[in-house]
Design a binder for this molecule. Structure first.
Ligand SMILES: *[C@@H]1O[C@H](CO)[C@@H](O)[C@H](O)[C@H]1NC(C)=O
Ligand SMILES: *[C@@H]1O[C@H](CO)[C@@H](O)[C@H](O)[C@H]1NC(C)=O
Ligand SMILES: *[C@@H]1O[C@H](CO)[C@@H](O)[C@H](O)[C@H]1NC(C)=O
Length: 262
């Protein structure tokens, strides 16, 4: 039995992730206890689908994931099946994720997508931030995406089409990239390439760059101090003793690891 509030949240979810979810609703997942639920409830982090929670088994719902720090870029090769309905890129912290639901290509070369925030760790129960609508779904096969994390969020594009980037705003502490199918009917294999980092900029700028949301800069001849730059505005800070500021790691580090003298 679907509880009434579960139905309401299920309907909100449909509204929140495009018409692509509707076909997922019609497919069935069989719970261990013999109940049947909609495939849409499988691996959504919800507690209200299978009463025995067999639709949320951690091993079954493990999402391919990798760390993506600010400035990192990588490729993700996705083995897509049309039953997946969407390819979902999640950028996550410890408590939640923001999600980019890619629903298909547009004739312009762009993508039909939706950007959500405030999602749970499996990318559900989000609030809608922004979306594009048009016809077109991805075709079954391997799809290669470029992914880049900057200080304000996550850019995703189809290989060779970087001028048509979908963007997901995300807070700085979200550094875990996960890629899952919108409809988890069958598993979706994802291979991540090695991350290439272009952050922080080398050499370190001598002043806070106005166009950069957030960057920590070293202070000449003061190893235990650093400058927090927020949109060009500097604020001087001190590392907790005995640590020293490490620019490449953008953090205060144990002095023993540090070549800095002063
Ligand atoms: C992240 O990926 C690893 C394998 O690389 C997997 O064991 C783990 O369960 C995944 N984490 C989540 C939260 O799905
Ligand atoms: C991050 O990338 C997006 C999309 O390219 C861009 O609009 C935004 O200004 C970038 N943010 C920063 C801080 O560079
Ligand atoms: C910062 O940390 C990295 C990695 O641990 C290390 O290689 C480097 O020497 C450290 N020091 C400075 C000044 O960046």
């Amino acid at each position: 039995m679907l509880k009434p509030w579960a139905l309401v949240s299920a309907l909100l979810l449909v509204a929140g992730s495009g018409e692509a979810s509707s076909t997922c609703f019609l497919r069935k997942f069989h719970c261990d206890n013999g109940d049947e639920i909609s495939m849409w409830g499988k691996c959504d982090g919800g507690q209200s689908d299978c009463r025995d929670l067999s639709d949320e088994k951690p091993a079954m719902c493990a999402v391919p994931n990798t760390t993506l720090a600010v400035g990192d870029s990588l490729t993700a090769t996705v083995r897509y099946d049309s039953n997946h309905n969407s390819i979902v890129f999640l950028l996550c912290g410890d408590q939640g994720c923001n999600g980019l639901w890619l629903d298909g290509p547009l004739s312009s070369g762009g993508m039909k997508y939706e950007a959500d925030s405030g999602c749970n760790l499996l990318g559900f129960q989000c609030s809608l931030v922004w979306h594009t609508f048009a016809d077109g779904t991805f075709l079954t096969g391997d799809l290669v995406f470029g992914v880049e994390r900057n200080a304000t969020g996550l850019s995703v594009w189809r290989e060779g089409l970087q001028e048509h980037t979908a963007f997901l705003p995300a807070p700085l502490e979200y550094t875990n990239l996960k890629v899952r199918p919108g409809c988890w009917d069958t598993n979706m294999d994802v291979q991540f390439g090695d991350a290439v980092s272009s952050w922080p900029p080398v050499p370190a700028p001598s002043q806070c760059p106005p166009a950069v949301e957030y960057l920590l800069l070293p202070v000449a001849a003061r190893c235990g101090e650093y400058i927090v730059c927020i949109r060009g505005i500097p604020q001087r800070k001190r590392c907790p003793s005995p640590t020293q500021f490490n620019y490449s790691r953008q953090t205060c580090d144990l002095s023993a690891n540090m070549p800095c003298k002063g």
